[in-house]
Design a protein around this ligand. Structure first.
Ligand SMILES: C[S@@+](CC[C@H](N)C(=O)[O-])C[C@H]1O[C@@H](n2cnc3c(N)ncnc32)[C@H](O)[C@@H]1O
Length: 215
């Protein structure tokens, strides 16, 4: 499979790289939403980078930022590194291991001007999601932005058949995980001194929350 649509810098998938159809589908809308969100310069950290297909495109699209991908899974880290090596972008670093649900990671990986989290929160429990947001807030510089993309309940409700099915599937895997609520998400951001700037409606009924660290 070619990945022309994934990265203008790559013609074929690098050896050892994973590819996700969902990441291929949503990368363009995510880049478009980030156009008005990324700071002019500085450090950007991606949490839960997955295959690495997103971060390679983000680093290419926003070259004035230095991009740090991360994940907690060694197979995903190897895939990210395969894309990073093949892309050869000067502003894209090899992946690091971060378990975003663990207390204290912000102390080691702080000083960021942008943190991007795509499609993680529905895969973890509410307490873990709270920890991700808390640590992300602490890992931002003052004024730094957090962008969180994914599927969410709207004021407690699942709003499409696909969402009802997917959330039920997740809960069968683990009753503690599943869609988080948009209202709870806003409260969680505020509780961590993050000022909500906007909630962007994204394709396939997803949302992108954009917030910044006020102080
Ligand atoms: C559905 S994938 C999304 C990957 C990528 N962001 C995307 O949208 O294509 C979820 C990713 O979250 C990672 N992940 C799961 N739990 C995590 C945690 N506690 N900390 C960091 N990454 C985690 C998984 O390894 C996986 O790569």
């Amino acid at each position: 499979m070619t990945i022309d649509t994934l990265s203008p810098t790559l013609d074929t998938p690098p050896a050892g790289a994973l590819s996700s159809p969902a990441a291929q589908r949503n990368v363009e809308p995510i880049l478009h939403a980030l156009d008005s969100v990324v700071p002019e310069t500085g450090k950007a950290l991606e949490i839960a980078s997955g295959t690495g297909e997103h971060v390679v495109r983000m680093a290419d699209r926003f070259p004035a930022l230095s991009w740090q991908p991360s994940d907690m899974d060694p197979t995903r880290i190897a895939s990210i590194d395969a894309y990073v090596a093949a892309a050869g972008l000067p502003n894209l670093r090899p992946a690091i291991r971060i378990d975003a649900t663990r207390h204290g990671w912000s102390a080691i990986h702080g000083g960021n001007d942008l943190i991007v989290v795509v499609n993680l929160l529905h895969l973890i429990s509410a307490d873990e999601a709270d920890m991700v947001i808390e640590q992300a807030a602490k890992a931002l510089n003052r004024g730094g932005r957090l962008a969180v993309y994914g599927p969410f309940r709207r004021n407690g409700k699942l709003t499409s058949d696909g969402d009802i099915r997917f959330d039920a599937e997740l809960k069968t895997r683990d009753p503690l995980i599943g869609y988080k609520d948009d209202v709870e998400m806003t409260k969680m951001l505020h509780a961590n001194w993050l000022e909500l700037e906007k909630v962007v409606e994204m394709p396939a009924n997803n949302l992108m929350f954009v917030a910044h660290r006020a102080n």
